[in-house]
Design a protein around this ligand. Sequence first.
Ligand code: IPM
Ligand code: MG
Length: 400
Amino acid sequence: MVNKQAIEAAKEHFGKVLEEQLERVERLKSEEDWTDFGSISPIIIGILGGDGIGPTITAEAHHVLEYLLREQVDSGKVEFRTIDGLTIENRAAQLKAIPDDVLEEIKKCHVTLKGPTHTPERGDGWPNIESANVAMRKALDLFANVRPVRIPKEKIDWIIFRENTEDMYAVGNQGINVTEDLAMDFRVITSQGSRRILELAFDHAKRNGKTKVTVVTKANVVKTTDGKFLDMAREVSANYPDITWDSWYIDIMTAKLLDVERRHEFQVMALPNLYGDILSDEAGQIQGGVGTAGSANIGKVYSMFEAIHGTAPRMVKENRAQYADPSSVMRAGAMLLSHIGFEELGAKLHKALDVCGQYERTLVMTGRSTGATGTEFGEYVMATVQEPDLESRWAKYSGA
Ligand code: IPM
Ligand code: MG
């Protein structure tokens, strides 16, 4: 028997979700300008340690950033600020994805470097509050999740542009149990949201000498929302006649990343949020583990840089946190440097990480006592960054 009351309640809830999303679309229509870091002084960099392995790996990245930016700090161009309170204990106590005072501090910074934060799930002992990542991406409108993966010896140079505020994530905590047996979540894809991530992807391709953008959906099955994302890709691509683009379905795409013969042919990839989440973990694993991959959450006003992975509860439980690889947050730090206008410093840190993590590998991270600790690896990267001949050392390995 159809439960009319349940349907009415669900309709009402859905109506509210629609209202909020339509208001959001209106806000998206009147977008701000990009922050001009050249004209800002001081550029404030917030550091948030996070949970689990977060504080230790973030500390390594913080050290190297402080070293690289020492002159800018001395001259007053850059300021570091440590922000406490984005811990699962505090978030749970306040029943907030991001406690208000913490969000206020974050908004006083231009960019942040953030350690992974625990994302509660029903039954894990914490209140089932929204993910701090997802909340921050929405609150600061960090619409582009940019995730590079490079494996020079395989000629792989991928960059993933994952839409970061829509899709299953937009109202992921506003689904409904219509009845005891029927659960529904809602997927949000907008023209504006799709266009801006696709434009960024095509623009990146154009500015960086790339020739192809690969758009990934499941538009053959998820016809309306993925269909719109693909329609927007068609529209945006028309403005980039020199860039070719192709459309792949997410299932075959995950398979193709395992095709050792062909995978280097992918260059720039653009995807809706959830597919991008999944594909970027796979790509990070191919690079040498998710612990090696950094991630930029870019908005026009604010940006946040982080590892692509989580807090590694298994490592913490098994007392292996000290063996967590800080490369991911250090890569994020390198992306932060480039984003705020210090491209050379960013490139330098990327090169040191290439030398330490990909080429020379004097210290190897295994995630356990068979390998180096995060601190040892952090010191190795720091020493490499400080070497006057880093450039030639990197060039020798990379064949550049
Ligand atoms: C990521 C993470 C997050 C996500 C989690 C922590 C909510 O997996 O940044 O990829 O799903 O986006
Ligand atoms: Mg993820």
